[in-house]
Design a protein around this ligand. Structure first.
Ligand code: PHE
Ligand code: NA
Length: 501
């Protein structure tokens, strides 16, 4: 029989851990730039619609699957229907790929927290980040190791394994319960400080001035759905895993709304902070905000922010807090995504939480160090991200909604499950969103992205490179899904009764 499953000790621990997963780099460096480039204030319309029609419905779907079938993604899907196990492993494989590069970014943030103390980047933050720190070289897979990146990465991995090995309650929950409130307080302080910088209001105007014309552009809608997906950590196994550790009588819908609302609030807060700081930078350089470069992604955090920090009074403290916040936000997300693989292997092979954490951690760490602590790390990271996120997650969401709502017609059962345990009830709108709207919008999104990548390539990179790191990743995801499915379960996966009985 199955051993008893680990559990959160309470609702607050679950909520804070789920927020810890959701609030990450996506909120801090992705949302502000995406919003700015896709209609500014007007972006809030497609963003809210995407949140309400796909984000929250899929979040609740993940919760329902994880809780009712009490398993990691592969186990839960397999219990739902035998044929769905590969979908679970696909999500595990996506998580694995993301883990491997996400850790590198956290390591950079950790380094920059230290560099902030004496503003080590000097006058030219760009050449410091790219040439001195990352030592960016040719786009080859076999770059040389960069000790300055290798060491913080080792620290991140050791810390992650240490937390994960202590289990769900004593590791994940205990860390998140402290780290997330702390993160919120520190981040609020940073944003308030940024608002008092000269030029801050111009920054906010640049971000929030609506360009209503953008709403007619399908690309803007695709961007909104993409942001909501990545940001809420949905459709790649995390929320299934986390809700599988909830007790039998656990309210699912209200925590879902709390998590979604907290994540979006953090996102908007980050938008305000980032654009206040960008307004300051523009004023200091005597240019318009539209002339600034590097307003999102790694360059925003590791080139533009260092430049701002160097220019502002009290920059060192601001820098330590900013990069500290980035580190913590990223670290709690990293843990959640590692847990996806760890719990899947526990379920499949009967490993203990500790053994799984150490094995998964060490293997991911080795791959992660080999690929991303080298001179070709930045490019490899960007490419892997492009495919695993933009293609993998969307494909997984389409497969999930089509399989559950069209083929197996499990929608009503899952809705009934949510309503049997929750206070806030889920209406029939949920069926329409997941059974019709989401698969159509996401299907369109997936096809248009595949088409663009296939016909236009990516960033002018050589074909062999895209074949290995881009399409190669996709092939890995699919092969891994079927290979893992073919392996025997150590314990009978069907030995259980769905909740609520
Ligand atoms: N939700 C995270 C964010 O906004 C994304 C993420 C979570 C990525 C977990 C990886 C792992 O940054
Ligand atoms: Na997020």
């Amino acid at each position: 029989t199955q051993p008893p499953r680990e559990q959160w000790t309470g609702q607050v621990g679950f909520i804070l851990s789920a927020i810890g997963s959701a609030v990450g780099l996506g909120n801090i460096w992705r949302f502000p730039g995406v919003a700015y480039e896709n209609g500014g204030g007007a972006f809030l319309v497609p963003y809210l619609i995407a949140l309400l029609t796909a984000g929250i419905p899929i979040l609740l779907l993940d919760y329902a699957i994880g809780h009712r079938f009490r398993g990691s993604a592969p186990l839960a899907f397999r219990r739902l229907h035998r044929g769905l196990e590969p979908l679970g492993w696909l999500q595990v494989a996506i998580s694995f790929v993301i883990t491997v590069y996400y850790a590198a970014i956290i390591a950079w943030a950790l380094s920059f927290m230290v560099f902030s103390v004496n503003l080590a980047w000097g006058e030219d933050a760009q050449s410091f980040f790219l040439a001195d720190y990352l030592q960016v070289g040719d786009p080859t897979l076999t770059g040389a190791f960069v000790p300055g990146v290798l060491i913080p990465m080792i620290i991140v991995w050791v810390a992650a394994i240490a937390v994960l090995a202590r289990g769900v309650a004593k590791g994940l929950q205990r860390l998140n319960v402290i780290a997330i409130p702390l993160l919120l307080v520190v981040f609020l302080a940073i944003v308030v400080r940024a608002l008092f910088l000269e030029g801050a209001m111009d920054g906010l105007n640049a971000l929030f001035t609506p360009d209503w014309g953008a709403l007619g552009d399908p690309g803007v809608w695709v961007a909104a759905y993409g942001q909501v997906f990545f940001s809420l950590s949905i459709a790649f196994g995390i929320m299934i895993t986390y809700s599988s550790y909830r007790r039998r009588r656990s309210n699912l819908t209200s925590p879902g709304l709390v998590v979604a609302f907290a994540n979006s609030s953090f996102e908007i807060l980050a938008g305000i902070g980032v654009f206040a700081a960008l307004g300051f930078l523009a004023a200091a350089q005597g240019v318009g905000i539209s002339e600034l470069e590097g307003i999102s992604g790694p360059i925003l955090s590791f080139v533009t922010f260092p430049t701002i920090i160097a220019e502002m009074p009290g920059g060192a403290i601001f820098g330590v807090l900013f990069f500290g916040a980035l580190t913590v936000a990223g670290f709690t997300s990293l843990l959640s995504i590692l847990q996806v693989t760890s719990s899947a292997l526990q379920d499949k092979f009967g490993w203990s939480p500790r053994a799984a954490a150490v094995r998964v951690g060490v293997v991911s760490a080795v791959i992660s160090l080999a690929l991303f602590s080298t001179t070709s790390g930045l490019l490899a990271l960007d490419t892997a991200d492009q495919w695993s996120n933009n293609i993998g997650i969307v494909a997984s969401a389409v497969a999930m909604t089509v399989a559950l709502f069209w083929v197996l017609r499990q929608g009503e059962t899952l809705r009934a499950h949510l309503n049997a345990v929750s206070t806030v009830r889920v209406g029939r709108w949920w069926m329409w969103c997941l059974g019709l709207l989401t698969p159509l919008v996401l299907g369109y999104m997936l096809i248009s992205r595949l088409w663009t990548l296939a016909t236009q390539g990516y960033e002018g990179l050589p074909t062999w490179y895209l074949l290995t790191l881009g399409w190669g990743v996709v092939a890995f995801l699919v092969v891994a899904a079927f290979v893992m499915t073919a392996i025997r379960w150590r314990r009978d996966p069907d030995d259980f009764t769905p909740w609520p009985a």
